[in-house]
Design a protein around this ligand. Sequence first.
Ligand code: ADP
Ligand code: MG
Length: 283
Amino acid sequence: MATPRMAPCKYRTGKLLGKGTYAIVREAIHIATEDRFACKIINKKLIEGREYLVRNEIAVLKRISSQHTNIVSLRDYFETPNNLYLCFDLCTGGELFDRICSKGSYYESEAAALVRTIFTAIAHIHAANIVHRDLKPENLLFRTEEEDADIMIADFGLSRIIEEGKLDQLTEICGTLGYMSPEVYQGGPQGKPVDVWAMGVVTYFLLAGYTPFEGENSEAEKQAIIKGVFSFTPEEYWVNVSETARDFVRACLTIDPALRPTAEQALQHQWLATPTPYFVQDS
Ligand code: ADP
Ligand code: MG
């Protein structure tokens, strides 16, 4: 990948794909080849003083792009006086968030297949000493509109490269409220286990259609997270969910990060290690 350069106008922009905190994401069509990408357009003014966040995102993406089928790769980047442009593989299938919302929840076997795939990508990222820090259904995208499309990890905007031998050096409070782990809220040392916790929340969400730590307000939610207080209720949402799946969620939502399974260990859990169809509920 070349160093950043001024926009060569080799793309034309297409429809809006999504909006984030500092960026909008639009389809970008490469004029010469007609190849389509997703272009994250970041307004330099909006990130003034925090440009390092985007530099960091680019550094992480350079380290892991084109290495794993289930990680959205950076294909090009350039800048104009006002904006930074990051061009990614285009995922036309939308966010996992929208699929959960339209389905209500996932059958257990489908949920296990998705979670297994996401964990293989997380294990890859973690092996490269990268922590994502913002795993949630809005940042998990489907490559195509097909029902069985590949799921991809996107948005490395909050991710960090952890130096070898200096694990758990991160202490800032960042992420998305309902997905942040107890150690993040407490400003304690944090590292790869924060991604496993977030996947515990994602898995719960996939199975039930709602998240585990919903409180009256964000303070109540934070307290529930710090104490690890959640349950598989209301019952009617959990009747068809196996004890193995619940055990998997419990393991990912272990309060002490040192006792939480690693991504590799999560993949060894019976729920993910046995790709047998679990009980499928009647519709
Ligand atoms: P932010 O860091 O501001 O959250 P994201 O990288 O998450 O930005 O992008 C915001 C939204 O844009 C995503 O939630 C998704 O809906 C959409 N998006 C991001 N990357 C892609 C992509 N490669 N293909 C399709 N849509 C994308
Ligand atoms: Mg995002």
